[in-house]
Structure formats: C-alpha cells, structure tokens
Design a protein around this ligand. Structure first.
Ligand code: HEM
Length: 277
C-alpha cells in the first residue's frame, strides 16, 4: 500500500507516450517509403531500360555532365532510411515478449480471445523480428554499394550472389508488416474513423488486404524478372548495363541469326542442286 501511494504521488512520466509517438512516426515514414520503394523496384517489369532510368534518376544523373550521376545521394538516402529502420526496431523491441513464459501467456490469451487485431499484432512482432536481420543485411549492402544499382548488377546480386532467398523472405515480411502497421496506425490514432467506426474498420481491413496482395504481386513478379535476367547474365557477372551494349548485342545476335539462316539456305540450295544433278 505504501509503495502504491509513493508511486501515485510521483509525477506521471510522459516518456512512454513520447516513445509510442516516435514509433508511430518512424513506422509511418517507413511504411510510405516501402510503397514507393516497391513501385520503383517494380519498374523492372517495364524493362531493363525503365529500371535503369529510375536508378539513374535517383542518382540525379540528369545533373551530371557525364551522365554517371552521384551515388553519394543514394548513400545518404540509405543512411537516413537505415537510421529510421534501427530507431523504429529499437522502439518496437520494448513491446516484444522477453521470455518464453511471457510468450506463452500472450499465445494463450490470443487463443482465448481469438481477436483478429490481436492476431495482426502478433504477425507484426514475428515479421518485425525477422526484418531486423534480413532488412539490415539488405540496407548494409545498399549502403556500401550505392553506385551498384542497375538492371544487371541488381540481377547479379540476386542470382550470382545468392540474395534472392533473403529478398523473398524480406519481401513477405515487409509487405505484411508494413500494411498491418499502417492499418493499426489508423486504428490507434482514429484516422479515417468516420461516423461509423465499426464500418470504417471493416473498410480499412479490406484496403489493407488489397494493398498487401498488390505490393506482394509486384514484388514477386519483379523478383522473378530479376532472377531471369540474373540467370541469363551469369557469364558476365559484374558487367554494368548500358543502352549501347544492349543495342550492339541485339545487332550482333541479329547478324548471327542472319548468317546462320544464310548458311542454312546455301546448304539447302547445294543439296537441292546435288539431287537434280
Ligand atoms: C534507401 C534505402 C533502400 C534502397 C536504396 C533500396 C534499394 C533496393 C534495390 C535497388 C533493390 C533491387 C535489388 C538489388 O539491387 O539488390 C531492392 C530490393 C528490395 N528491397 Fe530495398 N532498398 C532500400 C530499403 C529497403 C528497406 C528498408 C527494405 C525493408 C526492410 C527493403 C526491402 C527490399 C525488398 C524486400 C526487395 C526485393 C524486392 C522484390 O523482390 O521485388 N529495401 N531494394
């Protein structure tokens, strides 16, 4: 009782609320960033040229005389995102169950309540834990190779440097974590609640599911396209993409095709002549 009165006499700390606010803020920025990121990476679906254009534009290549761009811009962008990512993860760790006993209690209560939003919270905890490792690997590689983003180098990373399994796991986690996170933010702060909160909760849930399916589809298709490019490019790992090279290769393969057809045609004509003789 004594300890209770001492506790209640203490001024209530605002720290937990501030930390919660910071976690929501960093989560919101990262969630919106990830949607933009998936659209940009998804440009590979429009072709190698489209992805290269996006990568070069991010490096502000249009401002440089050589057209090579400034990879240092990508470095700073990754640095900022990495800092937000770590801050968000550290703030999230506060809410993780820290012992097997705590975990068991949460699981038992979840089974008892069978409440969808509580289940979504648990998915966020698990995906967040996996992303802490998988996301850090990806961000570290981007931080240390800011000038190595182009259709061939990215595809080489996926296939020849065996990154695709990590990307697949990260993709599933990030899409679930991000859309659930944005949905929970709307619920927590009452955004878009409207006149009928129950109805708007259902609508938001539908939108959340559609966003997850949309971004997962783009991500998986992009991953497949990168894998195909990476497999075809296995003999030239490390070679950068360039429009000129692509045109030259097309002309060369066209010439080869023409030469092969001509040889075959001549052979056919010769054998036909032999028959007539
Ligand atoms: C500014 C920071 C970032 C940059 C510049 C960046 C850049 C890229 C690039 C260029 C790719 C294509 C593959 C490659 O080149 O290796 C990629 C793929 C990917 N990134 Fe990031 N990324 C950033 C942050 C993040 C973060 C924070 C996450 C999630 C934690 C993430 C998750 C992914 C996933 C899941 C893929 C695979 C996409 C797919 O399979 O379609 N990225 N990223």
């Amino acid at each position: 009782m004594d300890s209770y009165s001492i506790e209640s006499n203490k001024k209530k700390s605002r720290m937990p609320a501030r930390l919660d606010f910071a976690q929501s803020g960093t989560g919101l920025i990262l969630g919106i960033f990830m949607w933009a990121h998936m659209i940009l990476v998804g440009s590979i679906l429009l072709g190698k040229g489209a992805f290269n254009f996006v990568a070069k534009t991010m490096e502000l290549a249009f401002l440089s005389d050589t057209g090579h761009g400034f990879p240092v811009i990508v470095f700073f962008a990754v640095f900022i995102v990495f800092t937000l990512f770590i801050t968000h993860a550290l703030l999230g760790v506060r809410k993780f169950p820290i012992s097997w006993k705590q975990h068991r209690i949460i699981r038992d209560q979840m089974q008892m309540m069978n409440h969808t939003d509580t289940n979504l919270w648990y998915i966020q905890v698990v995906t967040g834990f996996i992303m802490f490792f998988a996301g850090s690997v990806h961000l570290y590689i981007m931080l240390t190779n800011p000038g190595a983003i182009d259709p061939y180098l990215s595809a080489d990373r996926m296939v020849s440097y065996n990154m695709w399994p990590l990307y697949l796991i990260l993709l599933i986690c990030v899409e679930l974590h991000g859309t659930i996170g944005l949905y929970r933010l709307c619920m927590k702060w009452g955004w878009f609640a409207g006149k009928d909160p129950r109805k708007s909760r259902q609508t938001m849930k539908k939108m959340k599911n559609r966003a997850t399916i949309f971004f997962l589809t783009i991500g998986i298709l992009a991953l497949l396209v990168f894998i195909v490019i990476g497999i075809k490019h296995r003999d030239n790992v490390g070679e950068k993409y360039s429009k000129q090279n692509t045109v030259i290769k097309k002309i060369q393969s066209g010439e080869e095709f023409f030469a092969q057809n001509t040889v075959q045609g001549l052979e056919k004509m010769q054998s036909a002549d032999l028959i007539h003789q």
